[in-house]
Write a protein that binds this ligand. Structure first.
Ligand code: SF4
Length: 598
């Protein structure tokens, strides 16, 4: 199989044993790679109802077939498991260079099971796999220090995927880190790695990826790079990066501000891309990426990549903080400790409102950076007020008797686009397979970023959201970066080399729908139902007092109708269960046969 290594590496941590097996070729044909293969393996490996932090929950690392080639942006890694934040499926993506190195070592996927009796670090050098004791040497280290130490030991070419102190302490929104600043951020994969007594997986590979007709593949990829990648549409990535969104989203009244109480931030001008460009020192890129969107900045006393837009929104405006150095310091703490900045910022903002409402006394105040800057370390260590914040927004708000203040879906804190300023994002969050996520459907592009959609209407959004979800699912088999504007024609050029035949828009979107429906089956098996495809009451019925979106709410009735339409378009019943016809059309009858969905 050109492009694939054809091998899955299994790491049984309970027995400290490594083994290999052939990649399931039928699954590779149906689900391709990345998100698709990740979910298919997860579907088989995860016992129904297993606890997210139990040894039964596998942690799966999946590459795409084009990792290790020159295909633009395809160096990304998919990480998956059952999420400790949501109880739903988790697939999270990270750039850098770990995935190509894994392919060079000879593996398409790594399936990590069980729990090590004592903390370990796994070293992979081609076929050689070592379980190295981590206690006293690696366990407890922050992510950048750990990575540097492992590189000193294995050589500078080693790639490291690690959990930080937050993951060791099982914080449900702990992330995984690689190449220092790259994070598989959302949903708590860092806690799952920590629960396995696994500090990190480090890999070095000396092999190569075969591309079939290498000359023709290279020719096509370089042509696409010229015609479709280095274009005006993608220039924002290296010109400003994601911080350009601060002004655009605030101007649309959709920038979460002071725990989602309004959508326009009066401090946006000090945390926007204009300010960041003034301190930008250089650009960096993930391996295989000519776009180089990673903006490196000089802050007071240190240099780092980011903050990205989501961090600026959730750790900045949503906390009422307009001090860019403070946001960067908060970001750095989260990075080093292995915390998802998005969830951490959202939870700190919630805690600020709880303090303001008299429901808590953490010393956290909107706009005040004192306790704010101490929060990440206290959360990661589960110390002081951090012990309560480490529960996550839903559990924290419930604990304090104010569940309506948690702005989350399925337990995952909401990204930095307020649906009251871009209604379609609400439907996308509600129906996202891993909880509130802006990466699977991004109707804000049509609503507020130059498209022709109506920001304050759900008309037509059900179809848009379903199409975008299916497209993202097939694009993440690749795994192409969501920052790059591509379509099925672009993907099809690569698939022609993968399969040795032409493909079509319909065929690729069917693969996307198959993967999306497999995720639905998995979530239904884990007990999620229509009631989980919801939006917070504040988003549905409490309007902003000011800004462009003032007075607007998504509305419970309009949302219900849109969800009904979305289910109908998907071929699901009114409870959100895929029909037999839908599953047959998508070749998922075998998977559904093992489920009791009544
Ligand atoms: S666009 Fe940015 S995040 Fe995406 S692959 Fe390129 S450098 Fe990495």
């Amino acid at each position: 199989m050109a492009f694939y290594c054809g091998t899955v590496l299994r790491l049984d941590l309970t027995r400290l044993r490594a083994s290999t097996e052939p990649l399931n070729e039928e699954w590779a044909r149906l689900f391709v790679g990345g998100k698709g293969l990740l979910l298919r393996y997860l579907f088989d490996e995860l016992p129904a109802g297993a606890g997210a932090l139990s040894p039964e929950n596998p942690l799966i690392l999946a590459t795409g077939p084009f990792a290790g080639t020159i295909a633009a942006t395809c160096s990304r890694l998919a990480v998956g498991c059952k999420s400790p934040a949501t109880g739903a499926l988790l697939d999270s993506y990270v750039g850098g260079s770990f995935a190509p190195e894994l392919k060079f070592a000879g593996y398409d996927l790594v399936v990590i099971t069980g729990r090590a009796p004592e903390p370990v670090l796994v070293r992979i050098t081609d076929a050689d796999v070592e379980f190295v004791p981590a206690a006293g040497r690696y366990w407890g280290l922050e992510t950048a220090v750990l990575e540097q130490l492992v590189r000193e030991e294995m050589g500078p070419g080693a790639k490291v995927l690690s959990t930080g102190p937050a993951g060791e302490n099982l914080v449900p929104f702990a992330c995984l880190s690689t190449d220092q600043f790259h994070k598989a951020g959302r949903g708590g994969a860092g806690a799952v790695m920590g629960s396995k007594n696994l500090k990190a997986v480090a890999v070095r590979g000396t092999g190569a990826v075969t591309a079939g007709d290498t000359a023709a593949f290279t020719r096509d990829v370089l042509r696409l790079q010229e015609d479709r990648v280095l274009t005006v549409d993608n220039a924002w990535t290296y010109e400003e990066g994601t911080p350009f969104l601060v002004d655009a989203v605030s101007d649309a009244g959709a920038l979460p501000t002071r725990n989602w109480r309004t959508g326009s931030f009066d401090g946006a001008g000090t945390i926007n891309s204009t300010t960041l460009l003034g301190i930008r020192t250089k650009l960096r890129a993930c391996m295989q990426c000519p776009l180089a969107c990673r903006q490196v900045h000089q802050f007071e006393g240190y240099v780092c990549e980011g903050p990205e837009f989501e961090t600026l929104g959730l750790c900045g405006s949503n906390c009422g903080v307009s001090d860019l150095d403070a946001i960067a310091a908060f970001n750095r703490e989260c990075d080093e400790l292995g915390l998802d900045t998005m969830s951490t910022g959202a939870i700190v903002a919630l805690a600020m409102e709880l303090c303001e409402a008299g429901a808590a006394d953490y010393g956290l105040r909107f706009g005040d950076t004192g306790a704010y800057l101490r929060a990440p370390r206290l959360i990661a260590g589960r110390e002081g007020f951090g012990a309560e914040l480490a529960l996550g927004a839903r559990a924290l708000a419930a604990l304090k008797g104010r569940p309506e203040l948690a702005i989350e879906v399925k337990g995952l804190e909401m990204p930095a686009y307020d649906p009251r300023g871009t209604f379609g994002m609400g439907l996308g969050y509600a129906t996202s397979d891993r909880g509130a996520c802006h990466m699977r459907a991004f109707s804000a592009g049509d609503d507020i970023l130059g498209g022709e959609g109506a920001a304050d209407s759900l008309a037509g959004k059900a179809q848009l959201v379903a199409d975008q979800q299916d497209f993202s699912a097939v694009a993440w088999t690749g795994i192409w970066c969501a920052n790059m504007a591509v379509d099925t024609d672009f993907l099809g050029v690569h698939f022609r080399h993968l399969w040795g035949r032409e493909t079509s828009h319909e065929e690729l979107m069917t693969i996307g729908a198959r993967i999306w429906n497999l995720g639905r089956l998995l979530n239904l098996r884990e007990g999620l139902r229509r009631a989980d495809d919801r939006l917070p009451e504040r988003i549905l019925s409490v309007p902003h007092p000011d800004g462009v979106a003032a007075g607007k709410v998504v509305g419970a009735g309009a949302f219900r109708e849109s969800l009904d339409e979305y289910y109908r378009l998907r071929g699901w019943d009114s409870a959100g269960v895929p029909s037999r016809e839908t599953l047959e059309r998508l070749s998922l009858t075998r998977e559904s046969g093992s489920l009791d969905l009544d």
